[in-house]
Ligand binder design. Sequence first.
Ligand SMILES: C[S@@+](CC[C@H](N)C(=O)[O-])C[C@H]1O[C@@H](n2cnc3c(N)ncnc32)[C@H](O)[C@@H]1O
Length: 290
Amino acid sequence: MAMTTAQIQSSFRRIDPSRYPELIDYARDAIYGDGDRMAPGGLYLAARMTRSLNLQPGDVVLDLGCGRGDSSLFLARHFDVHVVSVDLLISATERSEKFAARGHRHDILPLRLDARRPLPFGEQYFDAIFCMQALHAFGGSVSILQDLLKHLKPGGRFVVGTTCFNEPVTRDTLPDIYQQTDGWDAEYEKYHWPEWWNDLFIETGMLDVIECEELDDGALLWEDDVLYSAERAGWRDTYVQNARWLIDQLVFGRTHRPYLTHFVATAVKKLSGPLNTIADLGRAQSLRWN
Ligand SMILES: C[S@@+](CC[C@H](N)C(=O)[O-])C[C@H]1O[C@@H](n2cnc3c(N)ncnc32)[C@H](O)[C@@H]1O
């Protein structure tokens, strides 16, 4: 039987904020883009991803598939880096107005580009590439990744954080509950599972993968996101009805497999190309020694 609103309120799990000290100054609305977000996780996922990004002040970072740009703001604000904020569907104007309003007009460059096409950046231009809740939309092939990774410096980090299933799943093995919406054809088919992404990154021949694992609060990122949306909607019946398909899937996933969760992958671009600067050399050496 479907969970009642009271059961959802009492049993859906919240993210433990003490696990995200980076966000101590952030209100819950700010973590979730004031409700105007495009995927679960919000800045919780961004904060987790930046822990392995190895950024230095002044670095140039590509935020690929940045959506409304909250992750770009987070990167610029906390790491004193220059961010190139790229998205296909969200206009550069919307993001430039937002960045200017938050005091980041000069350190975040918003561009509207299609990551499946050749990007207008130099080879080995970026110190790091950050891709949150977006790679499944365009980057699930070796050739696209190889094209993207041309723009990353040798020794630079590629960090991905995305929704996924916890284990292998295909259209044939997908439990019926995940077919309640057009989810499988729209997105779920591209979510894959951490080992699938790990194998793809290795197959590029350009990356050493440091981690590619389900987050231990990966399923909670979904549940907390539902709680946040419901709170914003004042727990109106219409919200709960509209989100019912997702709520049912998350409840199912507590006791069955596969379940919806999140993974983070951190990979380092191999040192096959020429090193550009002394800083690159230092970065590369610290990788070998650590
Ligand atoms: C689910 S949203 C996530 C946005 C943001 N990273 C976040 O976490 O809120 C996926 C984003 O990927 C972008 N995207 C999809 N295909 C793309 C492509 N080919 N090139 C660039 N961005 C793309 C979409 O425009 C969308 O903003």
